[in-house]
Design a protein around this ligand. Structure first.
Ligand SMILES: [Zn+2]
Length: 472
């Protein structure tokens, strides 16, 4: 079986074939680091992880690039409000983002290019577009001329009539040739100067628009044609449409061959999470409410097909936690199991092999992990019964171990953090509790800091003190 991926460009599942045999050039839209990403963003980031793991399992070498947007309107506004530079505002959020990815067990991308580190490349791309007649400057702003790119709208399947150039709508700004033309470069404003968000370009002092950054950085690290470009469905229009227009108008080549769009994550009330509207539950909210990041990973990946809408709720999270426990218990049981030569081994062996095939086929079918997991849990039930009855032999045991390894190549949930608090740490926690009880907050804080140096973070809650180990 070969992998079939739903390609938004064609609107159907297509057999995946990379441009260069054996190698996949993958670009995924990353976070805008002006706050903590909401859980919906992490649903997309985990889908990228599933995709690249499945490509690797399928024998491809994957080169994965994910951008970090560290300059845009909201970043500038927030930096100005806080009286800091955009770099000072964004770095801690960037670090937090990478830490969150780690706790969700997403594999690291090969490169996380920052927009502010690639303004030269963006300027060069804008110059190329201006030379080709695809961009024009008005009062220091530079716009992409949509009329120069007839294929505009092909990804989002928009009615081209609604985008007809010259269809000017009434706005306060009469500087663009067409209302739908979008900014590639924005002239420096006093606020931009204050937060160090300005660069000197041949076409004027200013800063890049958001869309141009992905085109410039994707092409810098992956070449003019990508195999797969992925990003949340909310980025499909206009962001991805604009990326295609900028890139293809400049190079005359296909920009990305497969477009993959994970669906929305809804909050418990059924609203789509959107950071700009401020209604997104962040990963940190969920972790500090006591949710296990690994169960969360399983929930976000395994609960619904990636293109379907998924609702984040206590019930689903709880079920994912149960599922995680069942998988881990089963894995431990199979590992411990000393196979006898029981009759019935052949039947369990056969159904385990069938489940392996079905699991693989489900993943090959547009990454249908929920379908694949369904098959796995069926054989888990059967195997538990066989183990209870002593009807399992060495062949079945090995097949089950292979199945679990297949599943964990995508899920990566079976390993448990091997954390043991040594006696010294236990004593320190007890000492701190005592200090807090006697309102000796200086000592309590000192102990907290000391533990932090050992990589242990304490969280005080109504039910007492909780702790967790963080990466150092
Ligand atoms: Zn992007």
């Amino acid at each position: 079986m070969t992998l079939r991926l739903h390609n938004t460009l064609s609107g159907r599942k297509e057999e995946f074939r990379p441009l260069e045999p054996g190698v996949v050039r993958l670009y995924t839209c990353g976070p805008t680091v002006w706050g903590y990403p909401h859980a919906g963003n992490y649903r997309s980031f985990l889908l990228y992880d599933l995709l690249r793991r499945h490509l690797a399992v399928s024998g491809y070498r994957v080169r994965h690039v994910m951008n970090v947007t560290d300059v845009d309107d909201r970043i500038i506004q927030q930096a100005a409000a806080a009286g800091v530079s955009i770099g000072e505002l964004t770095r801690p959020y960037e670090e937090a983002f990478l830490e969150d990815l780690g706790s969700l067990r997403a594999q690291e991308a090969d490169v996380y290019p920052r927009a502010t580190g690639h303004v030269e490349e963006m300027m060069a791309l804008i110059e190329r577009l201006m030379e080709g007649g695809h961009a024009y400057e008005v009062d220091g702003d530079v716009y992409f001329r949509i009329a120069s790119f007839p294929a505009y709208g092909a990804l989002s399947h928009l009615d081209p009539a609604g985008l007809r150039p010259g269809a000017r709508v009434s706005t306060d700004k009469y500087d663009k040739e067409s209302a739908t033309d979008f900014a590639l470069w924005k002239r420096a404003q006093p606020q931009d100067e204050r937060v160090a968000a300005v660069w000197e370009a041949t076409f004027g002092r200013g800063r890049p628009g958001w869309h141009i950054e992905c085109s410039a950085m994707a092409m810098k690290y992956l070449g003019e044609t990508l195999d797969i470009h992925a990003g949340g469905v909310d980025l499909l229009f206009p962001h991805h449409e604009n990326e295609i227009a900028q890139s293809e108008a400049a190079t005359g080549r296909r920009f990305a061959r497969y477009w993959v769009h994970p669906g929305h994550l809804l909050d418990a009330t059924g609203e789509s999470m959107s950071k700009s509207e401020g209604n997104g539950t962040t990963l940190r909210d969920l972790l500090s409410a006591g949710h296990d990041p690994v169960a969360l990973r399983l929930f976000l990946l395994g609960n619904a097909h990636y293109r379907a809408t998924l609702r984040l709720g206590e019930e689903g999270l709880h079920a994912a936690g149960e599922q995680l426990r069942r998988l881990r218990d089963f894995a431990a049981r199979v590992r411990r199991f000393e196979p006898g030569m029981g009759a019935g081994d052949a039947a369990l062996f056969a159904s385990t092999q069938d489940a392996r095939d079905a699991y693989r086929a489900a993943l090959d079918d547009d990454l249908n992990l929920p379908e694949g997991l369904g098959q796995v849990f069926e054989v888990v039930r059967e195997a538990n019964a066989a183990l209870d009855a002593g009807r399992a032999g060495p062949a079945a045991r090995q097949a089950l171990l292979d199945l679990l390894a297949d599943v964990d190549a995508h899920l990566d949930v079976l390993r448990e953090e091997a954390v043991t608090l040594d006696g010294a740490v236990e004593r320190l926690i007890a000492e701190r509790e005592e200090a807090r009880r006697t309102r000796d907050f200086a000592t309590a804080d000192r102990i907290r800091d000391e533990l932090r140096d050992r990589g242990i973070v304490l969280e005080d809650s109504r039910d007492g003190v909780r702790w967790k180990v963080v990466r150092r």
